[in-house]
Design a protein around this ligand. Structure first.
Ligand SMILES: Nc1ncnc2c1ncn2[C@@H]1O[C@H](COP(=O)(O)OP(=O)(O)O)[C@@H](O)[C@H]1O
Ligand SMILES: [Mg+2]
Length: 368
């Protein structure tokens, strides 16, 4: 039985349609991340699941039970929201124990659980400290500990790592997942950081303008995006506009701008189709000298950057468009310098084809 089921949820704030009919199913024990551009409705969805605000339409089920109208404290969930502050006059320990105290547990038991939750926190925090003595990151860790200490099996987290600096943030995300898994919880974690979601989630929900665009395992979203927005939002990708000018049994020829041509595998496409060819940089090969084979294009390196474990190139193609290429960085690998002439090879089966959007490519992928 799924732990959380959201069916047809809509929410409007005045003129703003924050949620335009959201359906979502979350299984017991899953670590789910919700991503999407700022303002797409992530926080609103989480607040509706928590019971902090009611939906205008639709239903929320938790453990098979309809919870519309049930107050947050009776939904069996713990939450840590960006804007929910700690109690300023209470120590860290009392803040963490608070959830248990309001549920009627006695003081010594509540404090024992709170101590345990602080002990497993990845950031060391003095239980006696007052909230104003904490850094932003430590305050977030306390808020998470407080959510965990309630003993709830469902954890809702809104940008829980947002106040941490980049380095701590990366280690903390794995810790958070480990704690959730160790305690056998179900977690819904909202983040605007897609790399964070892709590295820790069992399942990622991509939202845009109040709608769910795709739900899937990180690798599904990356390699089989269902639409251009997801393809563009998750990871990096090159998008090239073109027309299908020929097709055979299992291949088609795409004419890009300035007559540049690419061969692609292409089910369900016909001659004349206006398309966008989407190419993950990880699938492109870069050569310093000319090679034979399908889809070998000439280009010139515009930029060459060394990222963690990866070389990232921008290659100017002969038609004036830019292709991204990423190679795994190895000892033997030399960075090809800018201005160098190169050849790139794009395997036909690696090209993802989408219909050219009627509203135009830029608007289709815009983050507004
Ligand atoms: N209480 C509110 N009153 C008015 N508008 C709101 C309120 N909460 C959210 N919104 C609007 O609803 C949209 C979705 O907001 P939100 O769920 O906070 O997005 P996200 O968390 O994805 O950034 C935004 O346009 C936001 O301005
Ligand atoms: Mg938000």
């Amino acid at each position: 039985m799924p732990r959380v089921e959201v069916i047809g949820v809509r929410k409007r704030f005045g003129d703003v349609e924050a949620l335009r009919g959201v359906d979502l199913s979350i299984e017991d024990g899953e670590y789910v991340c919700i991503i999407g551009p700022s303002g797409c409705g992530k926080t609103t969805l989480l607040r509706i699941i928590a019971g902090l605000i009611p939906p205008d339409e639709g239903h929320v089920y938790i453990d098979g039970k309809l919870v519309n109208g049930v107050p947050p404290e009776d939904r069996g969930l713990g939450f840590a929201f960006q804007n929910i502050a700690l109690f300023p006059h209470m120590s860290v320990l009392d803040n963490v124990a608070y959830g248990l105290r309001v549920r009627g547990k006695d003081a010594s038991f509540s404090k024992k659980v709170a101590r345990e939750m602080l002990r497993i926190s990845p950031i060391e925090i003095s239980p006696k400290a007052l909230p104003r003595e904490l850094s932003g990151g430590a305050a977030q860790a306390v808020a998470i500990a407080r959510a965990l200490a309630t003993g709830a099996k469902l954890l809702l987290l809104d940008e829980p790592l947002g106040a941490l600096d980049a380095r701590v943030r990366v280690s903390m995300r794995y810790e958070l997942r480990r704690i959730v898994k160790d305690l056998g919880l179900t977690a819904i974690h909202v983040t605007h950081n897609q790399a964070e979601a892709m590295s820790i989630a069992d399942k990622v929900v991509v939202m845009r303008s109040g709608r769910v665009m795709q739900v899937g395992a990180p690798r599904e979203l990356f390699w089989q995006p269902q639409n251009l927005f997801v393809a563009y939002f998750v990871g990096e990708i090159t998008l090239l506009e073109g027309y299908i000018v020929e097709r055979s049994e299992d291949r088609c020829l795409i004419e890009l701008r300035e007559g540049l041509q690419l061969v692609s595998t292409c089910p369900e496409r016909a001659r004349g189709d206006h398309v966008v060819a989407a190419i993950r940089p990880e699938r492109v090969k870069l050569y310093a000298s000319e090679v034979g084979g399908e889809n070998v294009l000439r280009g010139k390196v515009l930029s060459a950057r060394v990222l963690t474990g990866v070389l990232r190139y921008e290659v100017l193609l002969e038609n004036g468009e830019t292709l991204l290429v990423k190679e795994i960085l190895t000892h033997a690998k030399r960075r090809v310098l800018p201005e160098t002439s190169v050849w790139v090879q794009i395997p036909p089966q690696s090209i993802l084809l989408f219909d050219y959007p009627s509203i135009g490519l830029m608007r289709e992928i815009s983050l507004e």
